[in-house]
Design a protein around this ligand. Sequence first.
Ligand code: PFF
Length: 461
Amino acid sequence: MADTPSSQNGDTVCKSRGQWAGHLGFILAASGSAIGLGNIWKFPYITGDYGGGAFVLVYLICVVIVGLPLMLAELIIGRGAQCNPVGAFQHFHRKGSPWQLVGWLGVASGFLILSFYSIIAGWAIAYIIKSIAGFSGSAETIQSQFGALVTSPGASIFWHTIFMGLCIGIVVGGVQKGIERWSKILMPALFLILLGLMCYGLFGTHAGMKALTFLFKPDFHKLTAEGVLSALGHAFFTLSLGMGAMITYGSYMKKSESLLRDAVTVSFLDTFIALMAGVAIFAMVFNYGLEPSQGPGLIFKTLPVLFAETGPWVSVPFFVLLAFAALTSGISLLEVVVSYFIDQRGWSRVKATILWGGMIYLVGILSAVSSWQIPFIRGKNESFLDIFDFITTNYMLPVGGFLTCLYIAWIMKDKDRSEEFGSSGKLYRALRFTLRYITPVALVVVILHGLKLLPFMDYSH
Ligand code: PFF
C-alpha cells in the first residue's frame, strides 16, 4: 500500500489505496487505456481522409511534441499525489483550490465520453456476432446492416448493456484484481490478433506494398491545414490525455519506476498499434481496388463488404480486436469517475462502480437512440452521440489538457516536479520548456479550431 500522502498545507487528501502489482501491469493498463477505438477505428479513417503519409508524419510529430509531454505531466501529477484527479490538484495546490476544477472537468469528461464510447463499442461486439454468421449479399445489403443497427434503439441499447456490464464487472474487481489482471489478458491477445491481421494484409493480399507506401511515403501536396489540426487533436485523444485518465493510472504507480521511460513506452505502443491497424486495413482496402477515403463508415460499412470475400477467419478476429481495444479504454474512463468517489467521498469500490457505472449507462441510452436529437447546436439537428463526441473531443479534452499543462509548467513547484520526474538535468529542462511554450500553444490552436476562430481557416462550409 502507498504511504498516505498529505497536501502541501499538510492536509491528508487521499487515504491509502491500491497500487499496480508490477511494472508490466501499469504499462499494459495504460497502453490499454490509450489503445482503443481511436487507434483501430478513427486513426485509419482520418488517415484515409487526409491523404496518408504526410498526415501520418504530422501525427507522429504531434505525439512527440504534444502527447508525450502532456502524458508525462499527468503521470507526474498522479504519481506525485497518489490521488484521483480532483484530490491530486488539492494535494499539490491546496484544498478548495480553483485548480481542482481541472480534476472535476476530467471526471465529467470521463463520464460523458464513456456514455457514447460504449455505444460504438457495443456495435463492435454486435459485429463479432454478425461476422460469425458471415457477411453475404450485395455491397448495398451488407452496408445497410450498419444503418439498421444504428437506427435500432433496441439493438444499440442491448449491446451497450453488454459493454457497460463488462466495464463495471472489471472495475469492481479493483486495481490489481480487475484492471491489471484483465489488461494482462486482453492486451497481449489484442497484439497477437493485430499481428496476424497485419501479416495477412502484408503477405496474404496483393496490396501490402501499396498500403505501406500510402502510410509511410509522405505526399505533402495532400496535406491540408484541416489535416494538421486533426492530427493534433487526435494525438491527445488517442493517448487518453486531457481528462485525468493518466493522472488516475499514474496514481497507482510505485515511486521506483521511471516516468519518462514509461510515458515513452506507452506512447510508442499506442502509435505502433495504430500504424499496424492502418497497414492491415489499407492492404485490404487497396486489394479490392477501393479508395482509402471512406470516412467514419470505413470499419463498419466498407470492411464488411471485403470480409464477405475473405471470410470469418479475418472478420471475427478483427471485431474481437476492436472490442478488446474498446474495453480496456472503457475501464480507464470508468476508473477516473470511480476513483473520485472512492478517494474523495469515501465510497466503497463496489458502490461507486455500480452506481456511477449505472448512471453512465443511463446517459448512454441518449446516444443509443439516434432519432433523439439535440436541435441546432452546430446549426442543425444532431444525435446526442455526435454532440457528446464533438463537445468532449473539441472542448473538454483540449481545455483539460491546456489547464493541466499550465498548472504543471507554471504553478507547480520546481522541486515537486523534478523530484517526480527523477532528475533536474537536460531532459527535465527540455520537458519544462516544451510544457511552458510548445504544448499549450498547440492546445490553444486546437481549442480555437473547435470554436471555429482560427483566422487562416475557411469555416464557411
Ligand atoms: N484513447 C482512447 C482511444 O484512442 O480510443 C480513448 C480514450 C480513453 C480517451 C480514455 C480518453 C480516456 F481517458
